[in-house]
Ligand binder design. Structure first.
Ligand SMILES: [Mn+2]
Length: 365
């Protein structure tokens, strides 16, 4: 189907609907939020249909909170009453069975637009799933171009940020289509806002989380792993995994963390054709859900009803299964990433903050 026919079909399945509920995935990232905003704009401009964007979970990462605020994306927290008020649903950057979207099992969406691999159970009146695409935002930019409607500067900025954040500035999991979409948006983008999103103000809590997380990180040859225990927002596992995979000589990185009653998992690799998404699905098995691409993958497992011991066992099993898949010994001897030293917890000797004691044990400094 060519692009014009596709956009026509999208609009035709929406005609006659009073309003539509747009669902980005839970704990939404810029790709799912900007794509939701683009669909909202397209439906309003071309079909006169109003819609509401609602997300489950929370916006934790400061970049994403700043993004939502500066881009003025009107997304509200999802409530169960939304499903009573709206009979038509659009799932964006996720699918009914993908495990990262809150959807009553009886609901069949009207629209599904995603760039993760297609779930067998995915149903809908209009389905556009393109796993070869680097971002859902790319698909939406192409719709807007096809529909020949002007893109307002804030929406262009949001979509552009979605493209660069999803692909690490057009470097990871990127195709020619992301390059073309970002080139189209570039002259419309308000670049100062992009800079503000990329350099957000962080809370003290964030640094505490980072500090304790690095203390829980281990390495074995080119593998880096971390079991973070309780985290203060779910997407922190992905954020930390992106940081840790940048460790020199690291080729694989796996991070787990618990938020409320869910275990969140994030897998990263430097291998460009590793099918990390499939690997994580295999490691999780029937315990939960996972999705991803070649170099990045994420997943969730429900922890409700498990004892503290069961939760620990589960995480141990996941790590061991991953080690096996990667050809590492299951009982490998991990090395800590960072080494504690005797100045730990102290600012230094009396005097100016940061003064080091003569007997500092930090080697080589
Ligand atoms: Mn995405």
């Amino acid at each position: 189907m060519d692009d014009t026919a596709k956009v026509e079909e999208l609009l035709s399945v929406c005609r006659g609907k009073a309003s539509i509920l747009i669902l980005p995935h839970n704990n939404p990232d810029p790709d799912s939020l900007a794509s939701s905003g683009a669909l909202q704009y397209l439906l309003e401009q071309k079909a006169g249909i109003s819609s509401t964007i609602a997300y489950g979970g929370i916006l934790g990462r400061e970049e994403n909170r700043t993004f939502k605020k500066l881009m003025q994306i009107k997304a509200v927290r999802l409530r169960s009453t939304h499903f009573k008020r709206f009979s038509s649903l659009a799932l964006i950057d996720c699918q009914p069975g993908s495990g990262n979207v809150t959807l009553p099992p009886t609901e069949k969406p009207l629209i599904v637009i995603d760039h993760h691999s297609r779930k067998k159970s995915t149903r809908g009146d209009f389905i556009d799933i393109q796993p070869d695409c680097g971002a859902t935002a790319t698909i939406l930019v192409e719709y807007l171009q096809t529909a020949e409607i002007g893109v307002p500067p804030l929406l262009a900025t949001a979509l552009y940020y979605a493209l660069i954040s999803e692909t690490q500035h057009l470097g990871r999991e990127v195709t020619d289509r992301e390059i073309r979409a970002s080139t189209f948006l570039f002259p419309l983008v308000r670049h100062r806002l992009i800079s503000r999103i990329e350099h957000p103000v962080h809370s003290r809590e964030f640094f505490q989380q980072l500090y304790s997380s690095l203390g829980r990180t281990f390495t074995y040859k080119s593998f880096v792993g971390a079991r973070l225990g309780t985290i203060y927002y779910p997407s922190f596992v992905a954020q930390l995994a992106d940081l840790l995979v940048s460790l020199k000589r690291c080729t694989w990185c796996f991070v787990t963390g618990r938020y409320r009653k869910t275990l969140h998992l994030s897998l990263r690799t430097t291998h460009t054709r590793a099918r990390a998404g499939k690997l994580l699905q295999k490691v999780i098995g029937g315990r939960g859900s996972a999705g991803g691409h070649d170099m990045i993958a994420g997943g969730q497992i429900k922890l409700a009803g498990l004892s503290a011991e069961d939760k620990n066992k589960l995480e141990e099993t996941l790590f061991k299964r991953l080690f096996k898949e990667l050809g590492l010994p299951e009982d490998l001897k991990p090395n800590p990433l960072v080494i504690e030293n005797e100045t730990q917890g102290k600012i230094g000797p009396p005097g100016f903050p940061g003064n080091q004691a003569e007997s500092s044990s930090i080697q080589g400094i």
